[in-house]
Design a protein around this ligand. Structure first.
Ligand SMILES: Nc1nc2c(c(=O)[nH]1)N[C@@H](CN(C=O)c1ccc(C(=O)N[C@@H](CCC(=O)O)C(=O)O)cc1)CN2
Ligand SMILES: NCC(=O)N[C@@H]1O[C@H](COP(=O)([O-])[O-])[C@@H](O)[C@H]1O
Length: 215
């Protein structure tokens, strides 16, 4: 089966990018990352991509007068790699409806909350401040509504009494690196559609290789 062409967008450390790089390199995912695009020149994820021999591009939003102008350029850059899937992995820019519509159904994002709770930023601290006992992470399709697209897979993580945003984020990151490659794998095997509702994993043991995806 032809490998899915992936373009990954980042703004920072790129640990989710690294998880997907590793999953592609060990053939857990039938995909190849054609390019990594960052809006930040100092994103460590660019180093991760270069170390893996993956083409990188920097497109700074600060170089454009408006969000629309930036997204026109970003859409053209993404398109130039002819992706089957666009993966937002810590990409910290809100995308305009025009760009979202161009890639709708083949653009995923990972968000550090159990959507629809805590859309937006600073989710870990907000969950702690609300005295929630459970938090988590969601992989969802990207739509015009910020963090409002159909959720594909979530992982739940308990909030411990002595948790800080940093200690909670560390445990959430661990689950991110499990579920994001899994969802990318399902997409590369043509098993996902925006129209379906998928299950939520309560961090149960993940399906055996090749098992059916959520009922
Ligand atoms: N149209 C959409 N765009 C984006 C989505 C989406 O679902 N629909 N997901 C986000 C990812 N994201 C949370 O998961 C997110 C990223 C960035 C922001 C934000 O407020 N960005 C600010 C700048 C913040 C900064 O530079 O640190 C901004 O764009 O002005 C909120 C949520 C990606 N885009
Ligand atoms: N709103 C988007 C958002 O906050 N995404 C979050 O950014 C981090 C990126 O880490 P990484 O650069 O190490 O993959 C991840 O925790 C991801 O959930």
């Amino acid at each position: 089966m032809t490998r899915s062409r992936l373009v990954v967008l980042i703004s920072g450390s790129g640990s989710n990018l690294q998880a997907i790089i590793d999953a592609c390199q060990n053939n857990e995912v039938n995909g190849e990352i054609c390019a990594v695009i960052s809006n930040k020149a100092d994103a460590y994820g660019l180093v991760r991509a270069q170390n893996a021999g993956i083409e990188t591009a920097i497109l700074s939003h600060k170089d454009y007068p408006s969000r629309e102008d930036y997204d026109i350029e970003l859409a053209a850059l993404i398109d130039s790699f002819n992706p089957d899937l666009v993966v937002l992995a810590g990409f910290m820019r809100i995308l305009t409806p025009r760009l979202v519509q161009k890639f709708k159904g083949k653009m995923l994002n990972i968000h550090p909350s159990l959507l629809p709770k805590y859309q937006g930023l600073n989710t870990h601290q907000r969950a702690i401040d609300a005295k929630d006992d459970v938090h988590g992470v969601s992989v969802h399709f990207v739509t015009e509504e910020l963090d409002g697209g159909p959720v594909v897979l979530q992982a739940k993580v308990p909030i411990l009494a002595d948790d800080t945003a940093d200690t909670l984020a560390k445990r959430i990151h661990e689950q991110e690196h499990v579920i994001y490659p899994l969802v990318v794998k399902w997409f590369s095997e043509h098993r996902l559609t925006m129209e379906a509702d998928y299950a939520v994993f309560d961090n149960q043991p993940l399906p055996a290789q090749g098992a059916a995806y959520p009922e």
